[in-house]
Ligand binder design. Structure first.
Ligand code: AMP
Ligand code: ZN
Length: 134
């Protein structure tokens, strides 16, 4: 969709911190992470909410979702992971293209559901994305 932020990211019209990509999905670091390695996985098919995503597109993106989760676990050594997907503003959705949040969890680091403070710098996020892609 022309004016969708995540469609523009998928089309590389605006920059992103790419972690993984395949035919069906694109994964990139969240710029306001709740934890180190917080990643978004989005279908390449534009749908506003999960209710509108064709089932075959949802199924098609699941291998990329799992592969990205495994990548984060292996490369970051996290102890667990929350996978969350918000639909509509009432549920906390702010970008209206379906996306899954992959939030790594670490022993001794509470998950507050707020952006990390201090926020990582762009240089730190770029280095993290490179480490995950390597
Ligand atoms: P939600 O609240 O579930 O719609 O999540 C949207 C997420 O997108 C938020 O966690 C934002 O930090 C994140 N976000 C917004 N713009 C960008 C961007 N340009 N690159 C990466 N993440 C973004
Ligand atoms: Zn879109």
């Amino acid at each position: 969709m022309d004016d969708c932020l995540f469609c523009k990211i998928i089309r590389q019209e605006i920059p992103s911190l790419k972690v993984f990509e395949d035919e069906h999905a694109y994964a990139f670091l969240d710029i306001n992470p709740f934890q180190r390695g917080h990643t978004l996985v989005v279908p390449k098919f534009h749908a506003k909410e999960i209710f509108h995503l064709p089932p075959e597109e949802l199924a098609g993106m699941m291998p990329a979702l799992q592969r990205t989760a495994c990548l984060l676990k292996r490369k970051l050594g996290c102890d667990g992971m929350v996978i969350q997907q918000n639909n509509a503003p009432i549920a906390g959705q702010t970008v209206f293209h379906v996306h899954f949040h992959l939030v790594p969890c670490y022993e001794g680091v509470p998950l507050t559901w707020q952006p990390l403070d201090p926020k990582p710098t762009m240089e730190e996020l770029q280095a993290l994305a490179e480490h995950l892609r390597a």
